[in-house]
Design a protein around this ligand. Structure first.
Ligand code: GDP
Length: 195
């Protein structure tokens, strides 16, 4: 995928701010610090596009990136912050519920996990929840450069096993440092967007 145009069009805090057009979109989700911003920047070939390591506790928004005048990437805030208050967490949970359940433009979700570690309970819950809503998922196993090549297969197997990844969902090994998996990720994403 050659990315010629990217624009952050809206940071939506509630459903009535989601773009109205019927352009397809993929959402990107993962525990904070998993490497989501780095993944977005690598795919879009824009260094500072998605901010890396966003500060915890700031207003949660769905950030819409408008790409090549054809589709959106939707950056979903990283889960697993302890600092947000219970009421804020609940309010945001309702926005997410509406988004994942009702958003017609949503063609699939990229879920990122850190390939070095066993998926967390939050990772498992997120994947289960996406499957409950019958969404196609692309699992991206990040930070592959941080473990030896000889360990890759075993770590990918552990991700598949812990998340109970279904047959149709690809698991792609990725590194924003080396670019490993970039083309595979793009193929998987465009297949969801345009098939
Ligand atoms: P986010 O909070 O999920 O958006 O995560 P970031 O993209 O900000 O990444 C968190 C930290 O992990 C940063 O210090 C990144 O430089 C680092 N990081 C992200 N992806 C990779 C990767 O593929 N390889 C390595 N070695 N570091 C990474």
């Amino acid at each position: 995928m050659k990315v010629t145009d990217v624009e952050l069009t809206i940071s939506a805090a509630k459903p009535d701010q989601f773009p109205k057009g019927l352009f397809p979109e993929v959402a990107l989700s993962g525990r904070s610090n998993v490497g989501k911003s780095s993944f977005i920047n690598t795919l879009l070939q824009r260094k500072g596009m998605a901010r890396t390591s966003q500060r915890p506790g700031k207003t949660q928004t769905l950030n819409y990136y408008w790409i090549n005048d054809r589709f959106h990437f939707v950056d979903v805030p990283g889960y697993g912050y302890a600092k947000v208050s219970k009421s804020e967490r609940e309010a945001w949970g309702r926005v997410m519920e509406v988004y994942f359940q009702e958003r017609e433009q949503l063609k699939g979700v990229v879920q990122l996990v850190d390939v070095r570690h066993k998926p967390t309970e939050d990772d498992v819950m997120m994947y289960e929840w996406l499957k409950y809503h019958e969404l196609p998922v692309i699992v991206i196993a990040t930070k592959a450069d941080k473990i030896g090549r000889s360990k890759w297969a075993a770590h990918v197997d552990r991700v598949k096993k812990e998340l109970q990844v279904v047959e149709d969902d690809p698991v792609i090994l990725f590194s924003s440092e080396t670019g490993l998996g970039k083309e595979k990720a793009w193929s998987a994403i465009t297949e969801k967007l345009f098939s």
